[in-house]
Design a protein around this ligand. Structure first.
Ligand code: F6R
Length: 243
């Protein structure tokens, strides 16, 4: 595992964006696995800036996102498809047919998961998968539990995730209770994994995920078994890992 510790969020974003842009330059038709949430927003802003300067070309890039809320689609500002459009898809030259997320509007969970699993199989392994970490150590929406779920599945979000994500929802609108997410096998088949973490509220998760026991109680801990993981964490997120 490679670890980069940065002084703050901005430096973390730039470092991670550098790694992603190197991937795009080396393989213009690469498959990027993408994440949403507050941590990657600065990375996307940096990638957009480099695209606008003419330094990056997304015309052949294919993207697959980790997850989507069940019940939400593009009409909802809180959906992950809306987040991705606002932060990246509508701001660079990605082709609309090349961007993919689980379809939150499919109410039959089995069908939604089957459809996304099939698509992931057809597209093939991610060349690079970007991941944020939940405060409870989740990756995608693989919540702490008794076993690792392999493929795309529908999850009931844990109370801590619902609380953490409330900040993205207007007062009076509740966080959906379920989401569709890539499973652990869908994530681990990526050739390279890039994990980003910022702030002291992620310090416990970073410590448990990268230096604790491998257990489904801390879903991200399975990343210790992957052979090409890079962590970019700022000093706050890495603060409990220093000896
Ligand atoms: C988002 C996702 C989640 C987030 C995690 C951290 O697509 O899969 O695992 O990466 O919840 O979220 P933030 O960055 O908002 O702290």
């Amino acid at each position: 595992m490679r670890i980069y510790i940065t002084k703050d969020y901005n430096e973390m974003s730039r470092k991670a964006a550098n790694i992603i842009s190197a991937q795009i330059i080396l393989k213009p038709n690469c498959v990027l696995g993408l994440a949403t949430g507050s941590t990657p927003a600065g990375i996307y802003a940096q990638l957009v800036e480099w695209f606008e300067k003419g330094d990056l070309d997304f015309s052949e890039v294919i993207t697959v996102n980790l997850d989507e809320y069940k019940g939400l689609g593009a009409e909802s500002e809180q959906s992950y498809v809306s987040y991705m459009r606002k932060n990246l898809f509508d701001r660079v030259n990605l082709r609309s047919e090349n961007v993919h997320l689980p379809d939150g509007r499919i109410s039959d969970s089995e069908e939604a998961c089957r459809t996304y699993n099939k698509l992931l199989d057809e597209i093939g392994p991610q060349d690079l998968q970007l991941l944020g970490l939940g405060r409870n150590g989740h990756i995608g929406f693989n919540e702490p539990g008794n076993f690792f779920e392999k493929d795309v599945h529908c999850v009931e979000l844990s109370q801590s995730t619902v609380e953490a994500n409330m900040r993205f929802f207007e007062a009076g609108k509740s966080v959906p209770s379920h989401a569709y997410t890539m499973g652990i096998r869908s994530i681990l088949r990526a050739k390279k994994i890039l994990v980003v973490a910022s702030g002291e509220n992620k310090a416990e998760a970073v410590k448990k995920v990268f230096f604790g026991q491998v257990t489904p109680e801390v879903p991200g801990s399975i990343l210790q078994l992957h052979n090409d993981v890079t962590l970019v964490a700022d000093e706050g997120a890495f603060s409990l890992c220093k000896s």
